[in-house]
Design a protein around this ligand. Structure first.
Ligand SMILES: *Cc1c(COP(=O)(O)O)cnc(C)c1O
Length: 227
């Protein structure tokens, strides 16, 4: 598991360099280690090296891994597609959900969040590329949905997330992230207290950092190919 530790060191350096080059000196970017389809040993190796945020796409796998880790100092983010019949375990166990794309899902998470837990952090997933058949709300639905979600108890609207189509080259990679940032700024102008842009993965996180990402979600570059 030395590899995970080494990879983590490399990614931290690349992230710091991206922040520096983008002129974002002391502006922190949170590294979300995407541990889906990776064994808990990888999570533990990363945790040992100081990593705290982990991302999972499948509800039961994520919950099993939380328990198997035996640690209660980790922060778990749900980043997979969320069906309405799976909201309860997510509301019960996770700290963040990045993939809310319907009011009904937000409402269920709000109702089902246990009263003895801190508010569940929520991002709205935006289909920035307008890809047919892909999850996420259309750009013109972001503001109205954000206003409604922001009013719900026990969940806290933190910002926006996107999973754009793969692009080659830095300028092309920046495009969808720039669009998400514009939508985010629109929410701020509207007075919504959002602070999170969840964007950027193993192959495009530098472009995302240049467009203001506050959380990059990295799997393969950290843990290697998924099983
Ligand atoms: C799998 C996944 C990632 C991580 O992707 P890598 O290319 O392995 O870094 C990030 N975000 C989401 C939503 C994912 O499903």
């Amino acid at each position: 598991m030395i590899r995970v530790t080494e990879n983590l060191g490399v990614i931290r350096e690349l992230l710091a360099a991206a922040c520096r080059d983008a002129g974002r000196g002391g502006d922190p970017v949170r590294l979300l280690a995407v541990s889906k389809m990776q064994p808990v040993t990888g999570v533990l190796a990363a945790a040992e090296a100081g990593q705290r945020d982990f991302g999972e796409n499948f509800v039961q796998e994520g919950i099993d891994k939380m328990a198997a880790s035996g640690r209660n100092d980790l922060v778990w983010h749900f980043i997979g597609h969320l069906q309405s019949n799976k909201t309860r375990p997510v509301a019960t166990h996770f700290h963040w959900v990045h993939t809310v794309d319907r009011f009904k899902i937000a409402e269920r998470l709000s109702e089902q969040r246990p009263a003895d837990r801190a508010d569940l952090n929520i991002c709205l997933q935006v289909n920035v590329d307008n890809q047919a058949g892909k999850s996420g709300i259309a750009c013109n639905e972001v503001l109205p949905l954000a206003r409604r979600v922001a009013g719900l108890p026990r969940i806290r609207l933190r910002g926006l997330m996107c999973l754009p189509a793969i692009r080659q080259g830095f300028p092309a990679q920046r495009e969808p992230f720039a669009r998400l940032r514009e939508l985010f700024e629109e929410l701020r102008r509207d007075g919504l207290p959002v602070d999170t842009l969840s964007m950027g993965m193993s192959d495009d996180f530098r472009a995302a950092v240049f467009e203001g990402s506050t959380i990059v979600r990295i799997g393969t570059a950290l843990f290697g190919a998924r099983q």
